[in-house]
Ligand binder design. Structure first.
Ligand code: KG4
Ligand code: ZN
Length: 351
């Protein structure tokens, strides 16, 4: 464990929290040398959602291959790796165990440090790493307000520094991505639902179908369950008969989700005098949401950042980046780290 985690340190990132098996090599926490993602969408599509047992079994089958692929693409050998970073939660326990076991195996046999990463922090950090040849989308400007919207989480996070997070609002029921996935299932558009809704919505009228904009007074919390129920009721009362009607429903639903997210973000940005707005998580790949966030930032005359779409969805480059910053500040973890189905984004940097 004698190696320094310096600015040129090569970090092997491993991510298996849900249904993506991913490995990446990142230099100095910022420069992505490789970021290999194997999705399992085809395995779960038939069930309309992730089946945990199938997910963990597939992770086991491909984790070694994906890791070797990441090393090969980065032109780095295993013995050159300085640090192994792995997601330890939140996520599916069986899936997390595959990544954490592999990461422990690499760290132990190579005699290099291991760092456990919070998946939510990794999403946030995806704004501060860059695709090859490009600068990071976010600047180091604090307080930064981050909208984290994925299949499992929806939160507004105030970031006062790297490693210092304050949750301003959370979803009280479904996550934004989960709501989009459920809506896509109701509209028979396929899985994963977010991209399917976005594609259908491109041909639809976002004002065609009246849907609620759920608000929780006096709070930055979100709630999406009622919106999904409103769509289900509408489909029962007036089932769509044409492709155009499905597109109108998809566009109206997407508009309602995006406006709900943006409403709280804008209010929080004003109250907390955010100096920068960023987004993270799979839903941040949505073009309408990106446009709306940019409009808010322009209105408030502050910079905006969003990761490249392939860094929004689950990937190991963001895990390597978060692991690098964590290891630099706190040092590595012991080899007996555990996995956690839920893991709050607690600050580890004391200001
Ligand atoms: O961050 P992520 O890959 O996994 C989790 O940590 O949950 O997010 C997956 C979620 C899914 O619900 C998916 O439907 C949604 O992100 N998503 C999108 C888009 N791409 C993925 N939602 C809206 N528009 C997209 N383009
Ligand atoms: Zn995620």
């Amino acid at each position: 464990m004698s190696r320094q985690i310096g600015t040129e340190a090569l970090v092997l990132g491993i991510e298996t929290s849900c249904d993506e098996t991913s490995a990446a090599v990142v230099r100095g926490g910022q420069q992505i040398l490789s970021n290999v993602v194997a999705t399992q969408d085809d395995l779960h599509a038939v069930f309309g959602g992730v089946v945990p047992e199938i997910a963990s079994r597939r992770h086991t089958e491909v984790i070694t291959l994906i890791t070797h692929k990441a090393l090969h693409q980065a032109r780095v050998s295993l013995t050159e790796i300085d640090l192994v970073a792995v997601t330890q939660g939140p996520g599916l326990i069986g899936s997390l165990l595959v990544g954490v076991s592999a990461a422990k195996g690499y760290a132990a046999t190579l005699g290099i440090p291991l760092v456990g990463v919070n998946h939510l922090e990794a999403h946030v950090m995806s704004n501060f790493i860059a695709p090859p040849g490009q600068p990071p989308s976010a600047q180091q400007l604090f307080p930064t307000l981050c909208l984290l919207a994925s299949g499992g989480h929806t939160s507004l996070i105030l970031m006062r520094q790297f490693g210092h997070y304050q949750s301003l609002g959370e979803t009280r029921d479904d996550a934004a991505g989960e709501a989009l996935d459920k809506a896509a299932r109701l509209l028979e558009l396929g899985y994963p639902g977010g991209p399917a809704i976005e594609k259908a919505a491109a041909q639809g009228d976002p004002h065609a179908v009246p849907l609620p904009r759920p608000r929780i007074e006096g709070s930055y919390d979100f709630s999406f369950a009622g919106l999904k129920t409103a769509l289900a009721r509408r489909l029962q009362e007036r089932p769509p008969k044409t492709v155009q009607q499905v597109a109108d429903l998809a566009a109206s639903f997407q508009q309602a989700v995006v406006e709900t997210l943006i409403h709280n973000l804008q209010a929080a940005a004003q109250e907390y005098q955010a100096k920068q707005l960023i987004m993270a998580g799979g839903v941040a790949a949505n073009q309408l949401l990106r446009r709306k966030l940019a409009e808010v930032a322009q209105l408030q005359e502050i910079p905006v950042g969003f990761p490249a779409p392939d860094l929004c969805t689950d990937n190991a480059a963001m895990v390597a980046a978060a692991g690098y910053f964590h290891a630099q500040r706190q040092g590595p973890c012991s080899l007996d780290i555990d996995v956690f189905s839920s893991l709050p984004l607690v600050p580890y940097g004391q200001l």
